[in-house]
Design a binder for this molecule. Structure first.
Ligand code: NI
Length: 293
């Protein structure tokens, strides 16, 4: 049995390498075996699944987002999301990542989006350019290290506070929200649940904080209620598929396709260009972000 097994492995190596009979013996050297072994091991290392192809112009999408973690309740939240096949986005503080590295790795492997919410939650508009860049870069590194190499592409400024200079220094699209649950203020499961089910509109971004127990406890029913409303749970990057996001520009929800109108908008209209494209800060269709974030 052993002999035929090795013969099969040898034949496999020959096929793969396209090598001669003489090479067969070389391929059996310890070094080769070690190299093949480590390659096999590397390919066995789980890797994050790619974003799914979901057309959020056709499908009723919502992006649940969780800020300020990871924390002690985040693993339980991942259990809820997994059970429901729901993906979410985590805007994490770099200073919290190291203590919850396994949870961050798990987020990545389960298809959630890892995103940057600064290192220590300062109001970035009060920092120097170097200070802003440090808040961003340290967090990028912490998340990459914990997750096994995932580098966030989206940022949410603490308190939603930004301006043109800060946006430039951050250098990533700035993701705010269309639904502010105010979970951080009320810490009330029933209220968090009610708001989370009722308020989201298709293409919306919902703000929760996974550092609060009540918020995390509300999510099973929120997911249930939104499913009944016909929603699909997507990451923020999935939400914006097909729409180009620009670094330094603020987004609060997926832009609606341009409505088909009989006549063009009046000249000098302040509505901006119709159709998908970079948003203006604070989409007028959405409630203005409050100072939570
Ligand atoms: Ni925050």
């Amino acid at each position: 049995m052993q002999i035929s097994k090795y013969a099969a492995i040898g034949a496999g190596l020959l096929l793969l390498a396209g090598c001669s009979h003489a090479d067969k013996r070389q391929a059996r050297t310890a070094g080769q075996h070690a190299e093949l072994g480590s390659k096999a091991q590397a390919s066995r290392q789980p890797t994050p699944p790619p974003p799914r192809k979901i057309d959020c112009d056709q499908v009723k999408c919502v992006a649940l987002t969780f800020d300020d973690g990871p924390g002690p309740y985040t693993a339980g939240l991942l259990d809820t999301l997994k059970k429901n096949g729901a993906r979410a986005t985590f805007f994490m503080l770099g200073e919290n990542v190291g203590a919850h590295a396994a949870v961050v790795r798990r987020m990545a492997l389960e298809g959630h989006e890892l995103a940057n919410h600064s290192w220590s939650h300062p109001q970035l508009t009060g920092l120097s350019p170097a200070g802003v860049r440090s808040q961003i870069q340290r967090t990028q590194q912490a998340i990459a290290q914990a997750s096994g190499g995932v580098r966030p592409t989206l940022m949410r400024p603490p308190y939603g506070a930004t301006n043109k200079r800060v946006g430039h220094d951050i250098g990533m699209p700035l993701i705010l929200w269309s639904v502010d649950t105010l979970d951080w203020r009320y810490r009330d499961v029933a209220r968090d649940t009610r708001v989370g089910i009722k308020e989201p509109q298709p293409g919306g971004i919902v703000l929760y904080h996974d550092i609060h127990k009540a918020s995390v406890e509300s999510i099973p029913k929120v997911v249930d209620g939104l499913k009944k409303r016909g929603f699909t749970f997507v990451t923020v990057s999935e939400l914006f598929q097909g729409q180009k996001l620009t670094p330094g520009v603020t987004y609060t929800e997926r832009l609606k396709p341009a409505p088909v109108t009989a006549s063009p908008p009046p000249a000098g209209s302040s509505a901006g260009p119709a159709g998908p494209g970079p948003t203006r800060p604070g989409n007028p269709a959405s409630p203005a972000p409050s100072s939570t974030g």
